[in-house]
Each structure stands twice: as C-alpha cells, then as structure tokens.
Design a protein around this ligand. Structure first.
Ligand code: HEM
Length: 501
C-alpha cells in the first residue's frame, strides 16, 4: 500500500514539474513576442574556424551576400572566418542604417588599414580626427570651387588632353586604364597640390599606377583573408606589395609637400596642402595644443583624396566606355541626342538638363557597376536594429550594391536599361534607391566633383569618338565582369576609339 502511495506521489510531482515547465515556456513565448526583441540577427550556420567563408564567392562576395539576404532577411549574421559581422542589405534597410542611425558611422579598423597607417585622415578614421579632417576637406573643396562652375574649365581642359591621347591611337585597339587614370588624377592633383602633371611625367605616372594597384590589392581575396586571419597570413605577397607601394607613394608625397612648404604663401593657397600647412602654422603660432594638423593626418588625408578621387571615377568612366561598345544602340542614342542638342561646340555642365537620355545613361552606368559595393562599418554602441540586438564594436557590412541592384526597386535589375531613369515622356527621373555615393554622415565628399567629371569627360569623349570592340571581337564577347578591389574596376580589356570629327 505504502509503495503504491509513493508511486502516486512521484507521478504527481513529475506531472506538476512538467506542467510548470510548459506554463513557463508559454509565458516566455508570450512575453518575448510582446516585449523588445533582443535576439541576434539570424544567419547561415558557420563552420568551425572557416565560418561562412566557403559560401562566399571571393570574386563577387557582395553578390553572394545579397543572395544570402534573400534567405535570412535584410539584417543577418555572417562569420568571416572567426570574425562575426552583421550584414545589412536592400535599399530600405541600408537607408535606415546610414541615414537614421549614426550608430553605424564608425569605420571598422581592419589589420591592413593599421599596417598602412591609414587610421588617420578621413576614409578609415573615426571620432574627432575624422570629423575635423572631413570638415576641413569639405570646406576646402567648397572654397576652391571644386565641383562648381569655377572648376568646369579645368575639367574641360583635361578632357581635351585625354581626347588628344585617344586621337593619337588612330583607331587602333588600346587599354584605356592609364590615360583615363592620369586625366582623372590630374583633377584631384589640381585641388590637392594646385597643379596638374604631364601624362609622360615619370614620377606622376608611378604615383597614379601604384595608387591604382593598391586599390585593387586592398580588396583582393588574399588581403581579405589576411584581414580575417592576420596572424596566419601576414606573409602574403599582396600585403607586402601594398605596404611597399604605400611607402613609395608617401616618399613622393613628402617631396611634393616639401616643395610646396618652401614656396608657401599662407594668404594665397594654391591647393589643399597649402591650406593644411597654413592652418598648421596658424595653430602653432597661437600655441594651440592637441591639434589635428600634424604630418600623419596630412599624409593620410592626401592619400585618401588621391585614391578615393581617382580610382572610383576613372573605373566608372572606363566602364562607361566599355558599356557603350557593348551596347552600340545606346551609344547611337547618346550621340544622336548630343548632335541635336550640343552639335560640335564644347559641351558644358548646363547642357545636362537638355540631355535627359545621356544623363540617364550615366546614372545607369553607375547603377549597373556599383563602384563601391561594400561599406565596412562598426556599431559604435549597443543597439537594437529592426528588432535585432547588435553589440557595440560588431563589424557591420553595408551592402551598398544591394540598393543599386535591389530587385524590389528596379524594374530590370540586372539589365543595362537607361529607362530606369526616364519617365514616360523621356524626361530624366530621379530614383531614391540610386545611392552610389552612399548616404548619411559618411557619404562621399566628392560627389559633386565626380558627377561633373563623369558628365564632362563622358560626353566630350562620345562627341569625338565611337567606341567599338577590338577587331575580331564581337560586342557580346566584351567581358563586363568586374575585378574586386576597394572600388570595382572593369576586367582588363581593349577598345577602339574611332574618330567622329
Ligand atoms: C564615381 C566616383 C565616386 C564614387 C562612386 C564614390 C563613392 C563613395 C562612397 C560609396 C563613399 C562612402 C564610403 C564608406 O562609407 O565606406 C565615399 C566616401 C568618400 N569619398 Fe567618394 N566616390 C567617388 C568619387 C570621389 C571623389 C572624386 C572624391 C574626392 C574628393 C571622393 C572622396 C571621398 C572621401 C574622402 C570619402 C570618405 C568620406 C568619409 O569617410 O567621411 N570620392 N565615396
């Protein structure tokens, strides 16, 4: 009898325990569905050590990340090796992250950035240094009239130099990389140093070529691997090459700065370097301490302006010419509109409003190629974003390419279609998801300059030349695949520039 009572008691206790457990689970589920959700963003299951690296295409990681967002949502977790990051994808999420949340304005300090001493300056800097250098560069861009009408003449003169180089090729196939980079770089040199260089100047050529090589190397798969496993892969050749190039370029820049310092007139600044040196002198004279105007910031800011201002714009322009050779019917329409509206005279910025098709083509070039597909940021504090908890210091990958190629925003996402930027009457139409220069507090400071350069160089070149594939290559055979770098560039290719005038 006693044994029977014991058994009953045990049974009741187990039942009570189970009942309490079930009630607690239900309560938890109810409470968590009403209260603030503080779970981490979901994501693909990581492998030990490798994380999700095997799931990412090293040549086009931004594409595989966008595909992953379709499965895991616009905010998801990815493991780059042992490093956990949060990815943000799609126009609406990106806009919310960049514009409404200053929490994601900080840059993640990657090992290669530390190696290159680029934590100073603007692009990879944070906090007060970034604020001061960004503000100073923006003020100077404005004061020197960069990207404004005063600057138009310089770009027109430079486009004439570029046209002369293209003419000298006499319609034979050639690689556009060097002349286009030299022309675009000269616009930045005019702003930074106050003068341009001849395209056959050896020092200038090596400076531009090395900077271009670094932009590609810094985003290359092997440097990405080094960033994820710094202690394992520091011996990589690409990393060593990057450091050597950066060292050589700094040496050249120091020489140029020394020359400017010797002839400096603080009341008549020739360019950004003069303004920086004048400000430094002024602060030193007033006995100011903790100034941001020191050698490291000067060098890093000049490197930033030089690289950000050259490779992004020249890659876009080169891609534009390649796309014209690939889609001759679009080239026909641009040239037709140019002939009707501008004729043979020099094209000017104010013509843009009367060239809606050409304007739409330039926008579509930028949309299709997404020059800067990935922004690497870091959460500056603990934050709940779209219901997910993101811890302070978490690396955040903003997939800018997924706004420019958001399948919910663009009618023919993966087709080169200038119609994306035209209304039914053929007038130019702005699109919200067009964010090639990013948005928010860290948006590109060179946007108006880049837009002016793209318009004037592109239209001037198309006025003078018809771009075609090299003999024996069909339009369809032109490779549009980008090469991955800090900025995407077209794969190596040649084009013919056939004179039209
Ligand atoms: C087609 C040409 C260009 C494109 C597509 C482009 C795109 C971008 C993008 C997407 C960013 C944001 C990067 C990030 O947050 O990680 C950026 C930043 C920046 N860009 Fe550009 N850019 C172009 C031309 C230029 C030019 C001509 C200059 C020279 C003045 C320039 C200077 C900068 C600087 C200094 C930053 C850093 C801003 C900061 O961190 O506060 N860019 N650019």
């Amino acid at each position: 009898m006693a044994a029977m009572e014991d058994l009953l008691l045990q049974f009741t206790n187990t039942e009570t325990l189970l009942g309490t457990f079930v009630i607690l689970v239900i309560l938890y589920l109810i409470l968590s569905s009403f209260g603030p959700r503080t779970k981490e963003p979901p994501g693909p299951r990581p492998l030990p050590l490798l994380g999700n690296l095997l799931q990412l295409d090293p040549k086009t990681p931004y594409r595989t990340l966008y595909e992953l967002s379709k499965k895991h949502g616009p905010v998801f977790t990815v493991h780059f090796g042992i490093k956990k990051a949060v990815v943000m994808a799609g126009y609406k999420t990106i806009k919310q992250a960049l514009v409404n949340h200053d929490t994601f304005a900080d840059k993640e300090t990657l090992p290669i950035i530390r190696d290159l001493k680029l934590t100073h300056g603007i692009i990879f800097a944070n906090g007060d240094t970034w604020k001061e250098m960004r503000h100073f560069a923006l003020t100077n861009l404005k004061n020197f009239g960069v990207g404004k009408r005063a600057n138009e003449e310089k770009i027109i003169e430079e486009s004439q130099c570029l046209i002369n180089v293209f003419k000298a090729k006499e319609g034979k196939a050639f690689d556009t990389t060097e002349p286009v980079s030299y022309a675009i770089s000269n616009i930045i040199c005019s702003f930074v140093y106050g003068n341009r260089f001849e395209y056959d100047d050896k020092e200038f050529r090596s400076m531009v070529d090395r900077a271009g090589e670094n932009t590609q190397l810094i985003g290359s798969p092997s440097v990405q691997l080094y960033n994820n496993f710094p202690s394992l892969f520091s011996w990589f050749g690409a990393r060593k090459q990057l450091i050597n190039n950066a060292f050589a370029n700094r040496k050249q820049m120091t020489e140029l700065t020394k020359g400017l310092q010797e002839t400096l007139n603080p009341h008549m600044c020739r360019g950004f370097v003069d303004s920086f040196l004048a400000r430094k002198m002024q602060l030193e004279a007033s006995g100011s301490k903790n100034s941001h105007y020191h050698e490291d910031n000067l060098q890093a800011t000049v490197v930033n302006l030089f690289t950000a201002g050259t490779d992004t714009t020249s890659s876009t322009l080169r891609y534009g010419l390649l796309l014209m050779a690939r889609y001759p019917e679009v080239q026909d329409q641009v040239q037709g509109e140019m002939s009707r509206v501008v004729g043979n005279r020099q094209v000017r910025v104010e013509d843009r409003k009367n060239l809606p098709y050409t304007d739409a083509v330039i926008h579509e070039i930028q949309r299709m190629i997404c020059t800067v597909p990935i922004l690497t940021r870091s959460a500056s504090r603990d934050v709940t974003f779209q219901g997910y908890f993101i811890k302070k210091g978490t690396p955040v990958v903003v997939l800018l390419s997924s706004a420019l190629q958001d399948e919910d925003e663009w009618e023919k996402t993966y087709t080169f279609n200038p119609g994306h930027f035209l209304d039914e009457e053929g007038k130019f139409r702005k699109r919200d998801a067009f964010l090639p220069f990013s948005a928010g507090s860290r948006a590109c400071i060179g946007e108006s300059l880049a837009r002016m350069e793209l318009f004037l160089f592109f239209t001037s070149l198309l006025q003078h030349f018809r771009f075609t594939p090299p003999p024996g290559v069909t339009e369809d055979e032109l490779d549009l695949t980008p090469t991955m770098g800090l900025a995407l560039a077209p794969s190596p290719h040649e084009l013919c520039a056939i004179s039209r005038v």
